[in-house]
Ligand binder design. Structure first.
Ligand code: NAI
Ligand code: MG
Length: 503
């Protein structure tokens, strides 16, 4: 029997000054499976979407899209070659000069509203398809990706007849045909971010989704058909990097927009240097979540977890570095470890799952290699004991403490559920460490002081600064980066400015 004094000594920091006890919940909290059951209505094979029709690729070639949660094949996807990309641009150019480009804004708005409503009608089906193809937890695709995608269509529908207010005092005109390439972390949402402002402004589109996550894009093509969108207004070509390069480099494109790795962004920028094309780039990130000693610690811990373990860390604005004020560093670390122990890693289709599957085998390998470098370079690793499914691509949530600025895990984008923790003593040191990165997409500040929030949001070189929250989005709020995180904004009035010319 423990003595009373021994019992008291386990009560945690408030009474004893010791770090919080490390609770082990383990198997106490096994839930019954709660699989989402909606039918994703997948076709065995998806063709290209060009000129309002599904058409076979000229090469006759297809590749498999798999479910990263169990490595099973979901569907075959057409591989677009240069001729197919040419056909897509020809269709988009025709639509721009004969139909879509001539419609008044109030008519374009009706189509955008219709697309938004049709997407809402099929929300569960789209959420399931998104989770099967990409590996993210169903609660993410159901509660975030699909509703936010619909919200972007609604928001831009509202702008289409008010474009005189985009650049007050000036008139705006569409650019023509725009080429767009998107990544695999938010397949449907990135699609909405790209096409909704382009269409509201009167442009037509050729878009390529990522090769591991093409399915919701091609399902959205069905919605575009049902909405009666004039053929050729939006065209989808599928394939990998070579197809992407053909979309970005096409002479017909008046503007290109890319979201993906900084490495590929640089290749595209180099290849387009000297052309007249307008460009926007949304690239990588290495965001700092900064926690001061006066912060609401429990909310901050929840925000940190949401900021990096949400969506397996497959988020360009993920809070992948935690900068914590020294007086609270031990407490925050102990609480984070406890929180990690009860995160549920596993089947993305289960409604209880917090961390689903890593998007691809390649991405899993990249995460594992960077984590290994963290161990080699001497940071202290923590991973909770959790059972991972035997099939599929999974990675345990990981925390590194004792990280220094020179470690690779403090500098490189990991794009996985891995948090690197550094500490600071003064506001100046926090700002310096947060800004000491090649990237500048986002940051988070946790403090009770309003004046400090204002100071930090001015000093931090990041496109978005969240205060006492993290990963909050709204279509009206522009999103984009500084430095190697790219340029241009998506969302809001600022986002529309990137899809027009001033006349
Ligand atoms: P990636 O940048 O290669 O892929 C993004 C998109 O670009 C895909 O649609 C891909 O097919 C296309 N693409 C590839 N090469 C191209 C080229 N030469 N020209 C035009 N398009 C091209 O990203 P990847 O290889 O899938 O992931 C690697 C790393 O990139 C990740 O570990 C992560 O660090 C970062 N990444 C960042 C994203 C972000 O939103 N900031 C999104 C995806 C990846
Ligand atoms: Mg897939």
């Amino acid at each position: 029997m423990p003595t009373l004094a021994e019992k008291k000594s386990t009560r945690g920091p408030a009474r004893t000054g010791r770090p919080a006890p490390e609770l082990i919940f383990g198997d106490l909290w096994v839930f019954d499976p709660a699989p989402e059951s909606a039918d994703p209505k997948l076709k065995p094979r998806y063709d290209l979407f060009i000129g309002g029709q599904f058409v076979a690729p000229k090469s006759g070639k297809y590749f498999a899209s798999i479910n990263p949660a169990n490595e099973q094949k979901l569907a075959e996807i057409a591989l677009a070659g240069r001729e197919d990309v040419d056909a897509a641009y020809a269709a988009a150019e025709r639509a721009f000069s004969t139909t879509w480009g001539r419609l008044p804004g109030r008519e374009r708005a009706k189509y955008l509203f219709r697309i938004a409503r049709l997407l809402q009608d099929r929300a569960r089906e789209f959420a399931v398809a998104e989770t099967l193809d990409g590996g993210k937890p169903i609660k993410e695709s159901r509660d975030f990706d699909v509703p936010m995608a619909a919200a972007h269509f609604f928001y831009h529908a509202g702008w289409a007849d008010k474009l005189d207010y985009v650049a007050p005092g000036r008139r705006v005109a569409p650019l023509g045909v725009v080429g767009q390439v998107i990544p695999w972390n938010f397949p449907l949402l990135m699609l909405a971010w790209k096409i909704a402002p382009a269409l509201a402004m009167g442009n037509t589109v050729v878009l390529k989704p990522a090769e591991t996550t093409s399915i919701t894009c091609l399902k959205l093509a069905e919605i575009l058909q049902d909405a009666g969108l004039p053929p050729g207004t939006v065209n989808f070509v599928t394939g990998a990097g070579e197809t992407g390069a053909a979309v970005m480099g096409h002479p017909t494109a008046a503007k290109v927009a890319f979201t993906g790795s900084t490495e590929v962004g640089k290749i595209i920028m180099r290849s387009l240097a000297g052309t007249e094309k307008k460009m926007t780039m949304e690239l990588g990130g290495k965001a700092a979540n900064i926690v001061f000693d006066d912060a609401p610690i429990d909310q901050a811990v929840e925000g940190i977890v949401n900021g990096i373990f949400f969506n397996q860390g497959h988020v360009c604005c993920a809070g992948s570095r935690l900068l914590v004020h020294e007086p609270v560093a031990d407490r925050v670390l102990a609480k984070l470890k406890n929180r990690l122990r009860v995160l549920r890693v596993g089947d993305p289709m289960d409604k209880n799952t917090d961390i689903g599957a890593i998007n691809s085998k390649e991405q899993l390998g990249k995460i594992a290699a960077l984590v290994e470098s963290g161990v080699q370079e001497g940071a202290e690793i923590f991973q909770p004991p959790c059972r991972l499914p035997t099939k599929g691509y999974y990675f345990r949530p990981t925390i590194f403490s004792g990280v220094s600025m020179s470690h690779r895990i403090a500098r490189e984008e990991i794009f996985g559920p891995v948090l690197s923790i550094l500490t600071f003593r003064t506001v100046e040191e926090a700002i310096e460490k947060a800004n000491n990165t090649a990237y500048g997409l986002s940051a988070g500040v946790w403090t009770d002081k309003g004046s400090r929030i204002l100071k930090m949001s001015v000093e931090l070189k990041a496109g978005v600064v969240w205060a006492n929250t993290y990963n909050k989005f709204d279509p009206a709020s522009p999103f984009g980066g500084y430095k190697e995180s790219g340029f241009g904004r998506e969302g809001g009035r600022q986002g529309l400015l990137d899809y027009c010319k001033l006349v």
